[in-house]
Design a protein around this ligand. Sequence first.
Ligand SMILES: *Cc1c(COP(=O)(O)O)cnc(C)c1O
Length: 365
Amino acid sequence: MIPFLDLAAQYKTIHSEIDAAIKQVIETSSFAGGVVLDTFERHFAAYLDASYAVGVGNGTDALELALKVAGVGAGHEVLVPANSFFASAEAVSNVGATPVFVDVDEKTFLMSEDSARSAITSRTKAIIPVHLFGRAMDVGWVTELATAKDLVVVEDCAQAHGAAINGSRIGSSGRLTCFSFYPGKNLGAYGDGGAIVTGNSEWAATLKMLRDHGSPAKYEHTCVGRNSRLDTLQAAVLSVKLTYLDEWNRRRWEHAQRYNQLLRDSDVVVPELPKSGEHVFHLYVIRTQRREALRQHLSARGIGYGIHYPAPLHLTPAYEELGFKRGRLPVAELLADEIISLPMYAELTSEQIEEVADAIRDFSR
Ligand SMILES: *Cc1c(COP(=O)(O)O)cnc(C)c1O
């Protein structure tokens, strides 16, 4: 059996540090806020070469609060790639704006510049580039477009902690960049968590109030916020894991390189491998026109897999009302039918990678 993801294998390598960090929070009974949270926020910002990190309850709230603080709301349209996790669009809807789905590039799986440009209207207020599957998107054209059209940029980096483009980590741009610490992410908590990273001190201060009932100090409320704090226990876990992130990301990239080598003579399409550091392989996603058969083949061999994602966002029932019909965003639609994600985590062994690759080569014969 080779599971798709093995969080227990990771815990085994760091259990004494994790246990001690959790114990310390419990013994000091500082469960909300406090020095452990402050420390994690500072270390995470420093790791990304960003000025501020604000911990929140989850990655979806991070996106929603980032949109809110940037003034995105009712009557606005927000460009979202059609190939992403649902939350990238859900956050837009939850601030009262309308997601406008944009096609993706067939090689990188990331938002397509042409499709984004042609989706701009007079109501377009923001754009959400998603660094999907762990691949850092080169947002040069997004910056240019945002400047020309006066758009807010909120980056969705929920799958790409530590990924860099041209030597700069995603999150270091000074813009609003959102992270999720859902357990399966490259930097994952033992429960839910998220963060917004920015270079803007006013935004950071407002976000800190919004996540805590609009409250700058206990029982003072200067605006209506919500309860979306990053739990201190989770911050303690994340502080331990952060020190391993680069090493884990490096191993993921090496695993991807090994998969690509071993699958060279198979009939599946392997992902493009950018320079080490530019892709942190949250997911290793291949393509096949015989996906259903491959799924059965992998299951029969006890190999886990995932589909990320089975439907492009514009064709999910939740967004039927927006009226995007099949055929409108052809690349995202094609990918949704062909993609399949293979086991990927730092602790995968070379034997396991070979076993998965053998299974796929047998399938190709
Ligand atoms: C996981 C994820 C989110 C949402 O994060 P949660 O912490 O689960 O709320 C948003 N966008 C993308 C691309 C994700 O993968």
